[in-house]
Write a new protein. Structure first.
Length: 75
């Protein structure tokens, strides 16, 4: 009898995808530029890694907007 693969304890989303999903960036290219230019902060600290994993406890700031990740993913 096969066992199901273990599920991650919490869901996550990549920073660049989160910016697109929430409308903080218009496209993937726009998200990349925002991140590379130091215009995005995660939990109050500038983040320059596009593939940074975000979890429900994180808060993203971009373009003067503050968005709680918990509002978009379930943990």
């Amino acid at each position: 009898m096969e066992q199901d693969a273990p599920q991650p304890e919490t869901e996550s989303i990549r920073l660049d995808n989160f910016l697109k999903f929430t409308g903080l960036a218009e496209t993937g290219g726009h998200a990349k530029l925002l991140i590379q230019n130091g215009e995005v902060a995660v939990n109050g600290e500038i983040e320059t890694r596009r593939r940074r994993k975000l979890y429900a406890a994180d808060v993203v700031t971009a373009g003067g907007n503050v968005v709680a990740v918990a509002d978009y993913i379930a943990d």
